[in-house]
Write a protein that binds this ligand. Structure first.
Ligand SMILES: [Zn+2]
Length: 279
């Protein structure tokens, strides 16, 4: 007898497998990340098609296998985070969050609170919350899954909670103004950036709501979290590099987007070269 189980899941990635099949990585709330084999996904009448789009959450019925690939049978309560599919920025941010969640835990490790954080972050972005702030909160909270726990809540020397704070890699935590001298190589981080990073360690996107942060502070916060990631995480995700590039060129020039419907200008065909190299 096959035993099927019901579980909640968020689609992390979809990879074509052979001609018609797919390997879909789903972060399940109950069983951690699992790879599912989906047969004939290209079939337009495939019953699971809607449940296996990128940026989708659903309740799935399937067979979880501890050795090898798992299988899906059915789905219900499908939620599409549709803005991630139409907005290039949200797409980039949500892809990064998926990749971070993917990198933070090994397969088959149950991590319901990380699942809940990812779901809440995607919902917040879908509902129009500032995506940069959602990303920053997610980054600060996911640090512990990478084994990093910088102490930002109080000065590591005197335990004072009195801001302003700077950050010390040497002590792996915050230094109050009185103890800046303890680490000559302290980060010289923006006190406002450390302030928000402290808060973001403790809250979820829902709890923060529609907080407004000045562009300059956001930039400083971005730089500070990048420093923490360089120090403690040390992975370089392609989706993060893409976001950095997106920022770099958007702050330089206003590039007009060409709509998808607009025809490509005629390009000289390159196909004439084929087969001419053999001699
Ligand atoms: Zn101190």
């Amino acid at each position: 007898m096959e035993t099927y189980q019901e579980f909640d899941g968020i689609v992390l990635s979809i990879r074509k497998h052979r001609e018609k099949d797919a390997l879909v990585k789903i972060f399940t709330r109950e069983h951690g990340k699992r790879m599912f084999f989906v047969k004939n996904i290209k079939n337009p009448n495939h019953s699971l098609k809607a449940a296996l789009l990128p940026f989708t959450k659903a309740t799935y019925l399937g067979r979880i296998k501890d050795d090898g690939l798992s299988f899906l049978q059915d789905s219900r309560e499908i939620i599409h985070f549709s803005k991630m599919q139409t907005d290039i920025h949200l797409n980039a941010y949500a892809t990064y969050l998926n990749n971070l969640a993917d990198a933070a835990i090994n397969d088959a490790i149950k991590a319901a609170d990380l699942f809940d954080l990812l779901e809440e972050s995607l919902v917040a972005m879908q509902n129009g919350m500032d995506a940069e702030i959602v990303v920053n909160i997610f980054e600060m909270r996911v640090l512990k899954y990478f084994g990093a726990a910088p102490q930002l809540q109080e000065c590591v020397i005197c335990h004072s909670k009195q801001e302003p704070f700077d950050f010390s890699v040497k002590y792996s935590g915050a230094l109050c103004q009185k103890h800046y001298g303890e680490d000559p190589r302290r980060s010289h981080a923006s006190p406002a950036a450390v302030h928000f990073a402290r808060i973001f360690q403790l809250v979820t996107p829902k709890q923060v709501g529609n907080i407004k942060i000045k562009p300059a502070t956001k930039q400083a916060l971005r730089a500070f979290i990048d420093e923490l990631y360089e120090e403690y995480v040390g992975i370089r995700l392609k989706s993060k590099s893409f976001i950095d590039q997106m920022f770099a060129w958007e702050t330089k020039v206003e590039i007009p987007f060409r709509s998808v419907a607009e025809p490509e200008p005629n390009k000289p065909s390159e196909s004439g070269q084929s087969d001419s190299s053999s001699s």
